[in-house]
Write a protein that binds this ligand. Sequence first.
Ligand code: O2Y
Ligand code: MN
Length: 599
Amino acid sequence: MMENPPTRNSRLLRWVNKSVRLFKPDAVHWCDGSKAESEALLAELVGRGAAIRLNPAKRPDSFLFRSDPRDVARMESRTFVCSQSADAAGPTNNLVEPEAMKARLERLMAGCMRGRTMFVIPFRMGPAGSPMSITGVQITDSPYVVVSMRIMAHVGRDVLRDLGERGFFVPCVHSVGRPLAPGETDSAWPCNPEETVIAHFPEERYIVSYGSGYGGNALLGKKCLALRIASVLGRDQGWLAEHMLILGVEAPSGEKTYVAAAFPSACGKTNFAMLVPPASMHGWKVTTVGDDIAWMRPGPAGELRAINPESGFFGVAPGTSVRTNPNAMAACSHGSLFTNVALTDDGDVWWEGMTDEPPAHLIDWQGHDWTPGCGRLAAHPNSRFTAPLSNCPCLDASACDPEGVPVAAILYGGRRMSDIPLVAQAFNWSHGVYLGATLGSEQTAAAEGRVGDLRRDPMAMLPFCGYNMADYLRHHFKFARRLAEPPPVFHVNWFRKGADGKFLWPGYGDNMRVLRWVVDRVHGRVGARESAFGLLPRYADFDWRGLDFPEGSWNELMSLDRDRLRLATLQHEELFLKFAEHLPRELTCERESLIARLY
Ligand code: O2Y
Ligand code: MN
């Protein structure tokens, strides 16, 4: 038994005591989320060479971590949804029967925290006082996770106070899976890649992650709780947990329109969430509510309301620059953690794409000397910055509003070199669900799988849905019936290439032109023409101020190839066949209608 635990929540105490008995840590530390606590842990990590304090004159209060090169990303092949039945997990999740997984974990995790401190992190996902917020408690033996969770979630004494004696929380267990023998020196990034398992128990709302210390595998409030477990809670309680950014568009008149957008991983969500409109579109402004996850519910008037459950950004570093995303650069200018980026000679960080010219010398993400042209990347392609939301200069004034923000439009988008136009509006909600359900994206180097392969990623939730994907799609139809009027849905693609292999659309700030059309459609201010794919803008419908974009290029960007779209409907059928009898009938009908429009 622990002495003086800071809670009287009996379920929490029982679970923590059981964890101590099983994991056998040397010490237990209840986190209070204070700056002093984080500073002490960081000082200890620096002291033993597991972190590097960056030059305070360049990057105050910031630290660099280098992971084990075998532990650099989320591992989908090691991620499991341990439902009671195969039907409940569905055909797109890795299923292991819950009791079998628990037996495996008990074996793996017996004594797994020997020689280490077991931290107990009470955290809240979502704004203070919000009926949409959810409490989690993560047990971990990784101080890196403790200091990261303090940025990504709200950690503090108030979480336990608000939890009270009987409040609901999601228990999250995490261990790096490397117990220490007496006197054994720790490695800088302990992990156990051979045995890594990230297990979700949806019926029990319970998460166990073993063997990895990295990102989505270890910061359990993010993908594990806020998407996989939350999607199940959303199904049962009538709300949606989505892999969506949330942004606000402010018109010169001051009118504010919120948009939520789902993109598969590695499609530039953070850049889009923090978009800086071109100067020529004076008066238009974008503000950020969140860059990765949205929890959405019907509001009191039947409107769609959303919160960002996260308190920080865990953004991909490579490609982020003052040119591509000045807001992200400002967000990680201080009080931030960096993982697997390069270290400059003056104690700052660098990654590919940060500047046009690389520094003459760096220490790369693996701790080796690096010079331009040496043939190696200085930063890992999935290297990250972990930065507080509050550092973001374009943070929306209502980002922490407990009631959330009203969402007026939903966007789905993927990375598609061909076939898919820049933007199209769905005919209605049902067609919107179809566009989301059949979403596809071409794979980049940061993901598991072959570069360039088209991966169907329904609603960008394939790796993050905690239950049967087909039932999740069905839930979208049920959910919309609880809204006064479902918002318009759009499909976007910034990545189409021309015959010369070059991107047709400039992207980044110029995506504001697409957002402007979306917002004008929401408010009924602009027209569209009908096509088989959806409602399309005409050239004249766009705000072209400050961009010389010839009508010929527009026609190429917006063109539809009927034969290729017909082929796509076969791929949609292939996807739907996997869902068998769980597939919502509305989607079968939408596919038939699309085929009819194509012939
Ligand atoms: O590789 C990881 O562990 C991080 S994955 C990630 C991080 C932030 C936002 N989105 C993602 C993602 O894979 O969608
Ligand atoms: Mn994501």
